[in-house]
Design a protein around this ligand. Structure first.
Ligand SMILES: C[S@@+](CC[C@H](N)C(=O)[O-])C[C@H]1O[C@@H](n2cnc3c(N)ncnc32)[C@H](O)[C@@H]1O
Length: 238
């Protein structure tokens, strides 16, 4: 966007995101991923330019909806969708091979309660998800952006969690997990300062690893390296 257009959009009050939480990698699709995208995108793919979603139409039923941001290769998302057929699942990921891998996995698991976006979650949340429509939002092992000068790229920031709160129904839960202690502390600080949330932790810090969260590749790697894992759960109270 030219600087003139950017200024005009800002003057009109449009939401322009300048700092992204990811750097688009040009990963190659495997044959299997490409084939799964071809086969299953028509039934499972959602696009940002479809605009606001009607969840009842998309899933053909009324059911609680879980949204996962940055699902990576989709392993844990598919496992969760398989384990909870009574719920709807929506995954958002920017990395195309990850989306292909997720569809491949979903085909093998024969899940029909899962839809995916290949797009920036910030834009999908703002433009496609109705306020108050989600039961759960989960963000597992988001990129930690280790260097201090990159911390502004971290997904979990006050403005973003407020957007997430609006998309959750009252009583809905935001579930975060990370294996990077400094990011865990940052998440806790952001969530404790954010209004209208209740920490579901008994001691107002982290929750024990919840049963419904399958082990991800990143967590297994962290375990091998002797890292800890921190889970946070906050409920929208207003
Ligand atoms: C460190 S990986 C973790 C993947 C997965 N959750 C896991 O635990 O294995 C973080 C993922 O978030 C994705 N991501 C980062 N920012 C995103 C955004 N704004 N919208 C959608 N996906 C994003 C990245 O492409 C990457 O695949």
């Amino acid at each position: 966007m030219s600087s003139d257009n950017l200024e005009k959009a800002q003057a009109e009050g449009k939401y322009i995101r300048k700092v992204r939480s990811f750097v688009k990698r040009e990963g190659r699709l495997t044959k299997g991923q490409a084939a799964a995208l071809e086969r299953s995108w028509p039934t499972m793919g959602l696009t940002h330019n479809q605009g606001l979603l009607n969840l009842t139409e998309v899933f053909g039923r009324e059911a609680p909806t879980v949204l996962e941001i940055g699902f990576g290769m989709g392993r844990s998302l598919v496992a969760m969708a398989k384990a909870a057929p009574e719920k709807n699942f929506i995954g958002i990921e920017v990395h195309r091979p990850g989306v292909g891998a997720c569809l491949l996995e979903a085909e093998a698991a024969e899940v029909s309660n899962l839809r995916v976006y290949e797009h920036d979650a910030v834009e999908v949340l703002a433009d496609c998800i109705a306020d108050g429509s989600l039961a759960t939002v989960q963000v597992f092992f988001p990129d930690p952006w280790h260097k201090k000068r990159h911390h502004k790229r971290r997904l979990i920031q006050p403005e973003f969690v407020d957007l997430l709160r609006k998309k959750l129904a009252i009583g809905g839960v935001l579930h975060l997990a990370t294996d990077w202690q400094n990011y865990a502390e940052h998440m806790l600080e952001v969530m404790q300062a954010a209004p209208q949330w209740r920490n579901l932790s008994a001691d107002n810090t982290y929750v024990p690893r919840p049963e419904e969260r399958p082990l991800t590749k990143f967590e297994q790697r962290g375990e091998r390296l002797g890292h800890g894992v921190w889970d946070l759960k906050f409920e929208r109270i207003a």
